[in-house]
Design a protein around this ligand. Structure first.
Ligand SMILES: [Zn+2]
Length: 607
């Protein structure tokens, strides 16, 4: 039982040595100083946070041979016997194994006798919530009229199971989970004292695994010390302990945010090979996304809820900018549900694989503000504001990073980037098909449709002239209009939106007539839109020149008639729903009306 050695060696002997419970130790020390000692104390809190240790220190402080003092001497026979757990006047009782009425009756019999050689007779009852109702009733009689020399210290992890009649007679102290930072500092001290050089990341993983319990942390540390001197890297050490290392968790989070499906599958394969508990891993990933979310929402507002060393924090900060709060929230919800699935699944490996795939292929979500900003830009027909432009460029860069350099293999499907605005509205994520849909052609090798031979003939006469670009026929554009619009949406979101649900026809005069939604009427009637469109056409149709005239017109949407109720009692919601622009926005984005925000007031606020 080498664990006991370390636990005994590092058990706190004075109030000052207790870690993470200053609110308890300070109050107790003050009570001792001022002589206000209660007859019954209740220490509550998770396991391994120091309840029994503090109970013993309190017993020593009261029964020290050098007199009651907030700082026991730890040298006299009373102090030493209490530390060793064999003091005659301090009885430690395990509530779990002495839960019956008989045990408490025996206890009541001894209560009557005065302490043998100390000021107080102290009963420390651990796991007191395990006592039976009869035992509690018997105990209550003693608590109602306690002899002056008797003191009870109850410890429990489940205070809600203790009858109110008992609770009301106790002075209650709630012990907190020990912050990871403080556990880490303590483990570092132990490692230094024991002459073991473990990296901070190993110690942090252990501290985090202990989840606020110093006892668990020390138990893991004890095992860790057994590997001292062996040539093991951090990951091997943690694998031996069954602790998920932080680097792998971070790697998984990065793969999800990068939408790197291949890496996700590879990671699960490695975890499985290393014998890591996959559910444990999923829990750690949940925590990691929780930390990202806190960083994304809270920390920006000056809060501080991250219990992390600086190095760990930097890793989070590097990732948090790759995503949005809305996305993180979706990731987190899926992780929580996924953890449950893994727990129940008979194929945890497959469940984790599917979970990571779902996460990595989650369609990008955008905040309402950014969508509004873009809509305003589109409707006004003005050049995009700097922020909107930057955001759009950022998305475009994302897409370029995501596109595989070579033809993707069937085993690692790469999620097709959102091409249609409807994808932005948060559709249900789908597990990608084994073969990914074709990606838009790369910049350097434009790949238009296979042009029919007769199309070629139509333009043949002109194309034969040296130095002149081949001309594009209107009919070729009309025939492949849908494909062209999809392609545009993949690389130019603004133009893609304008062309969303558009129709193209060739009128008798050889003009390309494009019908767009009414919402874009103003924005397409400027030279910029036409020029950009011509560039896209030329790009898509393999460098052919679009020399034909282009005309934009409005495609009338089926507009709902306002209800028979007059404008007098028309609610803002109904007015908004009846507005053609809103109807079209709902149609384009596939959404529903949730909230109405007047744009004018927003502009005023921005100045
Ligand atoms: Zn002493």
């Amino acid at each position: 039982m080498s664990y006991l050695v370390l636990a005994r060696k590092w058990r706190p002997q004075t109030f000052d040595q207790v870690i993470g419970q200053p609110h308890v130790t300070r109050t107790l020390q003050n009570a001792i100083k001022t002589g206000r000692i209660a007859h019954a104390y209740l220490f509550t809190g998770a396991r391994g946070v120091g309840k029994t240790s503090v109970a013993r220190i309190l017993a020593k402080a009261l029964n020290c041979e050098r007199g009651t003092s907030p700082v026991p001497c730890n040298e006299c026979s009373n102090c030493r016997e209490i530390s060793q757990g064999n003091a005659v006047d301090v009885l430690e009782i395990d509530g779990a194994s002495n839960r019956g009425i008989d045990s408490i009756r025996d206890l009541r019999d001894t209560v009557r006798y005065r302490p043998a050689k100390s000021p107080y007779k102290i009963y420390i009852i651990d796991e007191v919530h395990m006592l039976t109702t009869e035992a509690f009733n018997a105990l209550l009689k003693t608590l109602e009229e306690p002899p002056a020399h008797v003191l009870f210290i109850f410890a429990t992890t489940e205070p809600h199971k203790i009858p109110g009649t008992i609770l009301s007679r106790c002075q209650r102290y709630d012990f907190r989970r020990i912050p990871t930072r403080e556990i880490l500092a303590h483990l570092s001290r132990i490692a230094a004292e024991e002459g073991a050089g473990f990296s901070e990341s190993v110690l942090f993983a252990v501290a985090r695994e202990a989840d606020g319990s110093m006892r668990d942390a020390q138990s893991l540390m004890e095992q860790l010390l057994a590997f001292r001197g062996e040539e093991l890297d951090d990951r091997e050490v943690l694998d031996l302990l069954g602790v998920v290392d932080r680097e792998t968790v971070r790697e998984a989070a990065r793969a999800v945010l990068d939408r790197d499906v291949r890496k996700c599958l590879d990671l699960v394969d490695r975890l499985h090979g290393r014998g890591i508990d996959l559910r444990r891993f999923c829990q750690r990933l949940c925590e990691y996304f929780r930390d990202l979310m806190v960083l994304s929402f809270g920390e920006a507002r000056g809060g501080s809820w991250l219990d992390l060393p600086r190095e760990e924090r930097r890793g989070l900060e590097a990732l948090v900018f790759r995503t949005s709060g809305e996305e993180l929230f979706s990731y987190f919800q899926m992780l929580v549900a996924g953890e449950e699935e893994i727990r129940r699944s008979s194929l945890p490996r497959v469940a984790l694989e599917m979970l990571l795939l779902r996460l990595a292929t989650l369609p990008r979500l955008q905040s309402l503000d950014s969508v509004l900003e873009r809509l305003e830009t589109l409707v006004s027909g003005a050049a995009p504001t700097e922020t909107a432009e930057r955001r759009i460029r950022f998305r475009a860069e994302d897409r370029r990073d995501m596109a595989p350099r070579h033809a993707p293999e069937p085993v690692s499907p790469s999620h097709e980037p959102s091409k249609h605005p409807a994808d932005l509205a948060g559709r249900k994520p789908e597990i990608p098909a084994a073969v990914p849909p074709p990606l838009p052609p790369e910049e350097d090798e434009p790949e238009g449709p296979q042009v029919e031979e007769n199309d070629r003939g139509e333009d043949g006469a002109l194309s034969s002239a040296a130095g002149m670009a081949e001309l594009l026929g209107v009919s070729a554009v009309v025939d492949d209009w849908e494909g062209f619009c999809r392609w545009v949406a993949g690389r130019d979101q603004i133009m893609g939106a304008k062309l969303g649900q558009s129709a193209a026809v060739e009128d008798p005069a050889g003009v390309l007539a494009i019908h767009v939604l009414e919402v874009y009427e103003a924005s397409v009637q400027n030279g910029d839109t036409e020029r950009t469109l011509r560039e896209h056409l030329s790009h898509y149709f393999r460098g052919k020149k679009a020399a034909f005239p282009i005309r934009f017109s409005v495609k009338k949407a089926a507009i709902r008639k306002p209800s028979e109720a007059g404008p007098r009692n028309a609610s803002p919601t109904r007015l908004a729903l009846n507005h053609p622009a809103v109807q079209q926005a709902i149609e384009v984005l596939g959404g529903e009306l949730v909230e109405i925000r007047p744009l004018t007031s927003k502009k005023k606020k921005n100045g």
